[in-house]
Design a binder for this molecule. Structure first.
Ligand code: GLN
Ligand code: ZN
Length: 761
């Protein structure tokens, strides 16, 4: 019998119950008991779904009120001093304090840093590591949840982040600290955890070690060896789980570790399967991650049955099946999508459906399919056939256009040195020109108007009128502030990807397709299902209207192709880069139309450029190559005198600075203020060729930045970058702020630019 299981299940609930309860608890609307009750209810429901689907275990340990990495930090007693209460008690509130930045006294304390979990859009709380740190079992939560599941009569497999990946995700807070030096202090706690689980009656523990799909140095490889050799005493079986990619050069290491089973990602890297089987000891099981845990497409069960039959005959009972990774990264249940048309819906599979797919596939491989399995197989074959040939997906015009792309399309007519002369003539900007990143405060009135328009309460004409009034207001405020290059303010946009997705062909939107992004925050990524094209202009009328309100130049505002790709669920029937190129071509038309409408500066935002980087360094160049080309395809239709801007934030850019330069944007505005111009280190050895606006104030903070502070930051930048190529701007869009914060902040920023002009005249 092929065992079926899952590495994890979404915890937020089909209606985001967890989000609502957690936020209510933070606000004080419900008490701790009520919050815990919601957690227990969701766990019970999700375990039941796993049982109902026919999985051989329910997975315990994947639940978290905030974050599963934080849960492990709590389990190990890795609580930074500033959050520890006097009595040493570590509880749920401690974890919320770590996540949200509060000391036990209630005073603000710097929250733990948050960053993306591998290449997902899920953010975890970075474990803080200190020299000589001690670890002890300080949380009972996991064991309580195990009892809960056993009490409900479920067969239990526990999921636990492995010790090496926990350290890998951590950050050394003491200079020179080697994270691995803490391993010996952690392992006894892991041993104790495994012992406790075993004494509760748990047979299998899944130890997640996705670090094994990344490039590991020799000392990390050795640490894997020695850690798993030490973690032997507890009488519990260990399944080492790897996902988000192939094992690559870590294959021998992973296959050789002394555990009882291995899980591999056979979606991202199907080729590794035979090699893993060749090397697997006969006493180990192999869990094959065959159903895509990172995307929302219905699985090709017939093809999988075929491609896995060899593994089945070679492994027999030692073959297990699962999704490639935890289902945390996909929405809960496609059945709830009442508004999606039936055909599109039949192509999709969310977490709930993926459980069924795993179970059916296991039955098919065993030759013990039920009537239900047969009909699922049938439905999958039909849906995939329809999808492969659907005219909704495949557009001849798009294919033709893609074929016709040539190198020159990704090349501006002249190099920057010449373009800049033309642009200065047209734009006539002062030294240290000031601008903003695009969005202005999204007031309640704006949100209400947009919502009312969506629900039909507000008609098209009234809605457009409201938005135009907002734009006119934003323009006049900018004029009063004395800014140089203006923006329209993005009042009409709910979200920088959704806005464009809704206007492009080839995109679909769900009603409930929420995925946890961090803590109680969820996102609802669009689904790119078909060839992308742009039926009509998307932003032109807003920008045109905005330009008509002022004599100053108005900057058009677009979201770039890589960011649109990165923040969507994308097609699995063509390469990511192909989809990205299609988006790029659609944006290219928008650039051309904006230009024709008299817009002389156009910004193409690419905040997600860096997060698209593959997990393996060897694949970086090819990704960066197509990502840069896609951006350039969008931008290069512009005439020399049209100034192309781009904007980036949310990440460190120093190691991809050459690719950022290769975008060949005339101006880049970039986040730096939080790291005190750390970015500038990159310009020590690298001569950035074009213009740059290193963000001079942190828009994430409500504080009003001081003039002298901003002057000093730009002076620092001027040591590395010629003054006539520097811009003065905030480090991101202002939509989350209030006008009462934005106006004084921008007034100071303009003042700082005036001071800089005096100094450098
Ligand atoms: N133009 C966008 C804005 O100002 C950019 C947002 C972003 O960088 N994430 O809101
Ligand atoms: Zn930004």
């Amino acid at each position: 019998m092929t065992l079926a299981h899952t590495l994890g299940y979404p915890r937020i609930g089909a209606n985001r119950e967890l989000k609502k309860a957690t936020e209510a608890y933070w606000k004080g609307d419900i008490d701790r008991k009520a919050l815990e009750a919601t957690g227990a209810e969701l766990r019970a429901r999700h375990w039941q779904s796993q049982r109902d689907a026919g999985l051989d275990w329910v997975t315990v340990g994947d639940f978290a009120f905030y974050d599963q990495v934080l849960n492990v930090s709590m389990l190990l007693g890795a609580v930074p001093k500033r959050f520890a209460s006097g009595d040493g008690e570590v509880d749920l509130d401690t974890s919320f304090r770590m996540a949200r930045g509060r000391a036990p006294t209630g005073h603000p304390a710097a929250a733990c840093e948050m960053t993306k979990y591998f290449d997902t859009n899920y953010h975890y709380l970075v474990p803080e590591l200190y020299a000589g740190q001690s670890f002890q079992l300080t949380s009972e939560r996991l064991f309580d949840e195990v009892d809960e599941a056993i009490g409900a009569g479920h067969p239990v497999k526990v999921s636990l982040l492995g010790p090496l990946t926990w350290l890998w995700l951590g950050k050394a807070k003491d200079e020179g600290l080697d994270r691995l030096s803490l391993l010996d202090a952690i392992l006894p706690v892991y041993d104790e955890i495994l012992d406790r689980l075993s004494s509760q009656g748990v047979d299998w523990v899944q130890l997640d070690e996705p670090a094994l799909v990344q490039d590991l140095s020799q000392d990390w490889k050795q640490a894997f060896e020695s850690a798993y050799n030490q973690l032997q005493s507890a009488p519990v079986k260990r399944l080492l789980t790897t996902y988000f990619g192939g094992l690559g050069d870590n294959l021998q290491l992973a296959v050789g570790l002394p555990v009882d089973g291995l899980h591999i990602d056979a979606v991202r890297d199907p080729e590794q399967l035979p090699r893993v089987i060749d090397n697997l000891s006969p006493y180990k099981v192999l869990s094959v991650g065959a159903i895509d845990g990172r995307n929302i497409w219905r699985a090709d069960l017939a093809a999988l049955q075929d491609s896995l039959s060899d593994a089945k005959s070679r492994l027999g009972e030692r073959l297990w099946l699962a999704p490639s990774c935890s289902l945390l990264h996909v929405p809960v249940d496609v059945e709830t999508e009442a508004k999606l048309d039936g055909e599109l819906k039949s192509w999709l599979s969310f977490a709930r459906q993926k459980l069924d797919e795993v179970v059916t596939l296991s039955h098919l491989l065993d030759g013990r399919q039920t009537v239900e399995d047969e009909s699922r197989l049938d439905a999958a074959i039909k849906a995939l056939d329809a999808r492969r040939s659907s005219a909704r997906i495949h557009k001849v015009a798009v294919t033709e256009r893609m074929k016709a792309i040539c190198d020159a399309d990704a090349q501006r007519p002249a190099p920057y040195a010449e373009r800049v002369k033309a642009q200065r003539r047209v734009l006539d900007l002062p030294l240290f020109p000031t601008t903003t990143i695009g969005s202005f405060p999204q007031t309640n009135e704006i949100r209400t108007a947009r919502r009312d328009f969506k629900t039909g309460k507000l008609g098209q004409t009234d809605y457009e009128e409201r938005m135009r009034a907002e734009i006119a207001d934003a323009v006049s405020r900018q004029e009063r502030l004395g800014l140089d290059l203006l923006v329209h303010g993005e009042a009409e946009r709910n979200d920088m990807v959704e806005y464009f997705g809704e206007l492009l062909e080839g995109f679909a939107f769900t009603q409930y397709g929420w995925v946890q992004s961090y803590g109680s925050r969820c996102v609802k990524p669009p689904i790119i299902f078909g060839d992308v094209s742009r039926p009509t202009p998307m932003t032109v009328r807003w920008s045109e209207f905005a330009q008509a309100q002022t004599n100053k130049p108005m900057k058009g505002m677009l979201t770039g192709p890589v960011t649109i790709l990165q923040w969507s669920f994308v097609r699995d029937d063509q390469l990511r880069e192909t989809t990205c190129r299609q988006v790029a071509l659609a944006l290219r038309d928008e650039v051309a139309d904006l230009e024709a409408a008299g817009i002389s500066a156009i910004q193409i935002d690419e905040p997600a450029l860096r997060e698209g980087l593959p997990l393996r360094q060897a694949q970086w160049p090819s990704y960066l190559d197509w990502a840069v080309t896609c951006f350039r395809l969008s931008a290069s239709v512009a005439r020399n005198e049209t100034q192309i801007h781009t904007h980036m934030c949310y990440s460190e850019f120093n190691d991809i600075i050459a690719s950022i330069a290769a975008l060949d944007a005339d101006v880049i505005t970039i986040e730096t203020s939080r790291s005190d111009m750390e970015l500038l280190d990159a310009f020590q050895d690298f001569q950035y060729p074009n213009e740059i606006g290193p963000g001079v104030y942190d828009i994430h903070s409500p504080n009003i930045p001081e003039v002298s502070w901003m002057v000093q930051l730009v002076e620092k930048a001027a040591e590395r970058i010629p003054a006539d190529r520097l811009w003065v701007n905030p480090d991101c869009g202002l939509k989350t702020r209030a006008w009462a914060e934005v106006e004084p902040a921008l007034a100071n920023m303009v003042e700082a630019a005036l001071e800089l002009r005096r100094r450098h005249a």
